[in-house]
Design a protein around this ligand. Structure first.
Ligand code: PMP
Length: 372
């Protein structure tokens, strides 16, 4: 028993002790303060550099006066809009406070003692957190030397305990894409209890390419697949926090029970519905991203740097130098990129495709840093 007035350390379960707080890409203001730099460009969190969809902005402004009222707990209108947009039943859609929320919910809902998560390594960091939080093993299969998924390795690692298989496609941090038939091969190898979680956070960028899987077909066929997508990337709404999952109604029904009643706020529901109708915005974002990637590819070719062809809005570049040093020097030149420390490579950086002007300036900075 603690004595009144004495603060005793609070204890938590061993699995909670192992959790580390998410380290986000550093904010522009934070780094500006620290280094005394006035102009700083953040190319570290795969955000859309062109701002939010204008139609989403208008819709959000319309809703602001209603903030005294709780949001619709069933996201009814957004569900109707998305059901038509995706051509799936409304019961097959679940929304989250970002797709992060859905990753969390999938863990809480489906992981039981003795279960395992399976994922490629490196990949999006939140999958492992879901395993730790729910006290299950996270089985990681290293990517191949060319930074693509080791699909044979993943299939070989499937066992009777496999419950959730997380496949970010395109993968983060590499931007590499797995084809429809390869994903299907993995899906076919899974035991009955397992769910394949296809994290398509960067789907809109990948959808421009013929080899992008048609993941919703598996949902329509009633397979054990959860397709995660988000409004945070191509639609430019990362700050709004809204993502969605598409899955069999039965699976979505379980998430309905575990989610918080108001996990999608009023503005997010309105913004999301307006954003998917903003096809002009999306089209221009995709075309600017294509041009930005092309600039980066050309620069890497000129510099003799190898990179992974990207199906997303970022590029995984091998600087052939100590990535922490390169990252620090780029920072001094006003660019925040993601160092590869978190991603188990000592020489790579992950660079978000900025505006064309930002990308050109970044290339100059990279050339200067690497010539030193
Ligand atoms: N999955 C992947 C692969 C990601 O890169 C991200 C964002 N960095 C997310 C999910 C989470 O996105 P959000 O929560 O903003 O929808």
């Amino acid at each position: 028993m603690s004595k009144a007035g004495l603060t005793m350390p609070i204890t938590v379960a061993p699995n909670i002790e192992k959790l580390v707080p998410y380290v986000p890409g550093r904010s522009v203001e934070e780094v500006q303060r620290e280094l005394g730099i006035s102009k700083l460009v953040k190319l570290a969190s795969n955000e859309n550099p062109y701002g939010p969809s204008p139609r989403a902005q208008e819709a959000i402004i319309q809703e602001v006066g209603k903030l005294n009222i709780y949001p619709d707990a069933s996201s009814h209108n957004l569900k109707l809009v998305m059901s038509e947009f995706l051509d799936v039943d409304t019961d097959c859609i679940a929304f989250g406070n970002g797709s992060d929320d859905l990753i969390h919910l999938l863990g809480v809902t489906f992981l039981e003692e003795g279960d395992e998560i399976l994922q490629g390594d490196p990949s999006f960091i939140r999958y492992e957190s879901a395993a730790l939080l729910n006290n299950v093993t996270c089985r990681m299969v290293p990517l191949l030397p060319d930074w693509s998924y080791d699909m044979d390795g993943l299939i070989a690692a499937v066992n009777d305990h496999t419950r959730l298989v997380f496949l970010a496609n395109p993968n983060n941090p590499t931007g590499a894409l797995v084809s429809h038939s390869e994903v299907e091969r993995l899906l076919d190898s899974l035991p009955e209890r397992a769910l394949l979680v296809l994290d398509e956070a960067y789907y809109e960028y990948a959808s421009e390419h013929a080899e992008c899987p048609r993941a919703l077909e598996w949902v329509r066929q009633g397979r054990n697949v959860v397709v995660l997508r988000t409004f945070s990337k191509a639609y430019g709404l990362a700050g709004l926090r809204i993502g969605y999952g598409v899955m069999r109604a039965e699976i979505a029904g379980w998430l309905e029970r575990t989610r918080e009643p108001f996990n999608v706020n009023l503005l997010a529901q309105a913004g999301g519905a307006a954003a998917v109708a903003d096809t002009e915005f999306l089209k221009s974002i995709l075309s600017y991203n294509r041009l930005g990637l092309q600039l980066l590819y050309t620069a890497c070719d000129e510099l003799g740097l190898s990179y992974t062809t990207s199906y997303a809005n970022f590029l995984w570049i091998d600087t052939a130098k100590d990535a922490s040093e390169v990252t620090a020097q780029l920072l001094r030149k006003g660019f925040i990129v993601r160092s590869s420390k978190a991603f188990k490579s000592s020489t790579h950086i992950r660079v978000t495709v900025g505006t064309l002007a930002e990308t050109r300036d970044f290339i100059e900075a990279l050339k200067s840093v690497l010539s030193q």
